[in-house]
Design a protein around this ligand. Structure first.
Ligand code: GDP
Ligand code: MG
Length: 163
């Protein structure tokens, strides 16, 4: 079976946009409202000659397992635990938020390898965000634009060792 990439990050950083780009079909729901993806969604991703299973996730807002956000978070955590690599997206334009740091802490405490990508970095936008993301302690971040299809060769190079 194919290796699995789980896309994680706080709401609205572009996880579903990247999922759609990798899968090449509009399966995941993309919306301006934060956290609009309600399920784990998965598809077959392709990037140059890499083929992998890719999971879109949602839900990193709430620890309460009885709440809807809590159940979504539990699903996200399970997806990351089962994945060969977690692709941690931040918003390269907005920079780091406390929730990014909380997710990073959780990722650092787990066993799944992590690659960090600063999204929304089309053109020169997002380079400051990419540099800021070094502080997450998860290695060298890359800059991508899921919407405009930029940085995909860098994404290929960081995913390749894991898939
Ligand atoms: P999710 O909540 O993390 O799944 O984020 P979405 O994929 O739903 O995207 C949230 C918003 O960010 C949408 O309005 C997207 O069009 C926008 N977006 C996603 N990727 C990019 C990008 O690379 N550049 C810019 N400028 N906007 C993006
Ligand atoms: Mg989404």
């Amino acid at each position: 079976s194919l290796p699995t990439v789980a896309i994680v990050g706080r709401p609205n950083v572009g996880k579903s946009t990247l999922f759609n780009r990798l899968v090449g079909k509009r399966i995941a729901l993309v919306d301006d409202r934060p956290g609009v993806t309600r399920d784990r969604r998965e598809g077959e991703g392709r990037l140059l000659d890499l083929e992998f299973r890719v999971m879109d996730t949602a839900g990193f807002e709430d620890h309460d397992p009885a709440s809807l956000p809590g159940r979504m978070r539990a699903q996200t955590e399970a997806a990351v635990r089962e994945a060969d690599v977690a692709l941690f997206l931040i918003d390269g334009r907005e920079g780091l938020t406390p929730l990014d740091e909380e997710i990073a802490r959780w990722l650092r405490s787990g066993k799944t390898p992590v690659v960090v990508a600063a999204n929304k970095a089309e053109g020169s936008a997002g380079e400051a965000g990419r540099l800021e993301a070094f502080a997450l302690g998860l290695g060298e971040p890359i800059a991508i634009s899921a919407e405009h299809g930029e940085g995909l060769v860098d994404l290929f190079e960081v995913l390749r060792p894991h898939v």
